[in-house]
Design a protein around this ligand. Structure first.
Ligand SMILES: *Cc1c(COP(=O)(O)O)cnc(C)c1O
Length: 433
């Protein structure tokens, strides 16, 4: 006899097989394929608030949050109403709309010294365009990136670092020209000396330094005290454009992003995820003298047929307005802190070695002895153990990211009861490891 669970698994297996016949790996973004945790990806049918439902009708408390955008939860009534309204007015015009100005005002109003912002359709486009602008403004080609930071699938950023700071970079994927990858230098996260040495050695070649001010794509790794301040100083000395990639942290860790939380102002910032409220939006912005070099005011070309898309702008505006209500970030902080404390307690009770990093509503519990401060220490995590934990949580109705090196995202829709249920599931799943 088939159990209900078996038949649900059969549904997933069938959907996955059908997808694989027509889509490479059955997915439109590789990490969705569960390669890091094994098993069959779950196909999602719908979601509401903090909950997500798969195509077999099973429900989960969701901490993936579409990898970050869903900070007000899924299907917030105000976001849904705005989208329905806009669908009736028109979904794309290829002309300016007031909606773009409205969202831009909100961004520039919250992020100090972001004078102007240009909307694009993804985080990748935002970082790619910011780097182009930095190169155009400085007349230099070199880029310094930080190990473990992810900035989308931009060609010149898909490089694997050698062990030494000065090692010439080689492409991390076929399809990226060696010549392009060779323009990128990679330094470890939280390492000021490496940046100082790299910029001193390649004087006059480096256009920009790009990093996540709080790393989220090797799991959550906060900057050491003084790190961002030092980067600000060194880049200024060398005339290097400092780019904060706040695609994940923007409007999540603070209304004004990580740069406001830490009080360090970059030259350019990249946004995405939360800014689109679950629709495809990215943005790059910063000082007017730099942004005025973007076409049509300036010579640095960058364009997009669907950029500033009206549906996406409406979702972004509603989301940012919901986040502007009093006490929102305080409540996010409270529920995230409760979740983090509960997870640490559960791991200790189960005798599982874990190290929890959290900034606001983004957190990662590394299966490693801490502290996790950079890519090397994150890499020491027991990923096989994470895979077992991930599946243990999924079986108990909790949806996490299918990789150790990702953040869990808490939304304003996560109730105390849902967090308690998550902690009960975690205690059981950890005890089972
Ligand atoms: C998600 C992410 C990106 C890429 O955004 P896409 O919309 O997936 O292209 C870039 N930078 C950071 C920090 C991200 O978290």
């Amino acid at each position: 006899m088939k159990s209900a669970k078996e038949s649900a698994d059969d549904v997933m297996a069938r959907l996955y097989e059908q997808a694989r016949a027509v889509i490479p790996g059955g997915v439109d973004s590789p990490v969705r394929a569960f390669r890091a945790v094994g098993g069959t990806p779950i196909f999602i049918d719908g979601a509401s608030g903090a909950r997500i439902r798969d195509a077999a009708g099973r429900e989960y408390v969701d901490y993936l949050g579409s990898w970050g955008p869903m900070i007000v939860g899924h299907c917030h009534p105000r976001v849904v109403a705005a989208l329905r309204d806009q669908a009736g007015r028109g979904t794309s015009f290829g002309t300016p709309t007031e909606l773009e100005t409205e969202l831009a005002r909100r961004v520039c109003g919250r992020v100090p010294r972001c004078d102007k912002v240009r909307f694009v359709s993804s985080g990748t486009e935002a970082t790619m365009s910011a780097i182009r602008l930095a190169r155009g403004a400085t007349g230099r080609d070199g880029v310094v990136k930080v190990e473990g930071c992810y900035h989308g699938h931009v060609d010149s950023l898909l490089v694997r670092a050698g062990s030494g700071v000065m090692t010439l970079s080689i492409p991390g994927t076929p399809g990226v020209p060696t010549a392009l990858a060779g323009l990128t230098r990679v330094v470890p996260f939280n390492d000021v000396d490496a940046v100082r040495e790299t910029l001193a050695a390649s004087r006059g070649e480096i256009a920009c330094l790009i990093l996540e001010p709080i790393a989220g794509n090797m799991g959550v790794v906060p900057p050491r005290s003084g790190y961002l301040e030092a980067l600000r100083e060194i880049t200024r000395e060398h005339g290097v454009v400092l780019i904060f990639d706040e695609v994940m942290t923007g409007f999540r860790v603070h209304p004004g992003g990580a740069q406001t939380l830490f009080g360090v102002t970059p030259d350019l910032s990249c946004f995405g995820k939360v800014i689109g409220g679950g629709l495809p939006v990215g943005a790059y912005g910063g000082r007017a003298d730099l942004m005025d070099r973007v076409a049509p005011d300036g010579p640095v070309y960058q364009a997009g047929t669907l950029s500033g898309n009206p549906l996406a702008m409406r979702a972004g505006i509603e989301t940012l307005d919901l986040l502007a209500a009093p006490g929102v970030y305080e409540r996010l902080e409270e529920s995230s802190a409760r979740l983090a404390a509960g997870l640490e307690k559960a791991a200790a009770a189960a005798g599982v070695t874990a190290s929890l990093n959290r900034v606001g509503s983004m957190l990662t519990s590394f299966f490693a002895a801490g502290p996790v401060t950079d890519f090397a220490s994150a890499s020491r995590s027991d990923t096989a153990r994470y895979a077992r934990f991930f599946h243990g949580m999924l079986e108990r109705g909790v949806h996490l990211a299918p990789s150790q090196f990702e953040a869990a995202f808490v939304s304003t829709a996560h109730s105390e009861a849902e967090i308690d249920a998550t902690l009960a599931a975690a205690s059981a799943a950890l005890a089972d490891l």
